[in-house]
Design a binder for this molecule. Structure first.
Ligand code: ZN
Length: 210
């Protein structure tokens, strides 16, 4: 899965774990050691992919692991399965000195957060940003700019961050997925953890006042 202090790292399945002693949730590992969090996140995603792709989806034959690439291959029909990653966008939309955040019905955190959503087949990342913003809050945006990306192993996302500016429209939420959305000034924002690209985007907004 990588190297840590010059030692090779592996992912294994434990069949007989008796208790949770010595085991940590991935989110907790971030606060202990960020480098281990990245290796662990990779390990958990590869392990899930391997476990969930044991059989060929085309002909049902037992897949075999490729020697050189991270790939599972069907020995019967040749169908290939690469590791499964779900790209998702997240965007900080600015309007003068404020940023838009929405209250999602399905987030357990009970807090406002940036607009985010999965990229659909056939879309560019920028198209996904425009569509999600339009769907979730009914606004048109401009100046979409790439910010950065983060592997997010909960369970297998690749988060791609953007900044954008308000262009037109009034906030309109669906009251199902999104219960509310509003513009936040810098002094209205509570800083949370720095684990996610969401918090890096918020930090960028707080630190760049132009
Ligand atoms: Zn097959």
């Amino acid at each position: 899965m990588g190297t840590y202090k010059n030692k090779a790292c592996f992912v294994v399945n434990l069949l007989n774990r008796k208790n949770n002693e010595g085991f940590y949730k991935l989110q907790e590992v971030f606060n202990i050691n960020e480098e281990l969090f990245l290796i662990g996140g990779r390990g958990s995603q590869v392990r899930d992919w391997y476990k969930n792709h044991q059989y060929c989806g085309v002909c049902g034959e037992h897949n075999i692991i490729d020697e050189r690439e991270m790939m599972l291959k069907c020995p019967n029909c040749g169908h290939l399965n690469y590791t499964r990653i779900a790209p998702a966008i997240i965007v900080a939309i600015k309007r003068e000195d404020k940023v838009l955040m929405a209250y999602h019905s399905y987030y357990k955190t009970n807090d406002y957060s940036l607009i985010a959503g999965f990229v659909e087949a056939g879309e560019t990342l920028e198209e996904a940003v425009r569509r999600e913003v339009k769907e979730e809050v009914g606004l048109n945006i401009k100046n979409i700019k790439y910010f950065g990306s983060q592997s997010w192993p909960f369970p297998n996302s690749l988060m791609v961050g953007f900044t954008a500016e308000y262009e037109s429209g009034e906030i309109k939420v669906d009251n199902f997925e999104i219960l509310d959305a509003k513009w936040f000034s810098r002094d209205e924002i509570k800083r949370r953890s720095n684990i996610s690209i969401s918090s890096w985007l918020i930090d960028d907004f707080l630190n760049n006042k132009n």
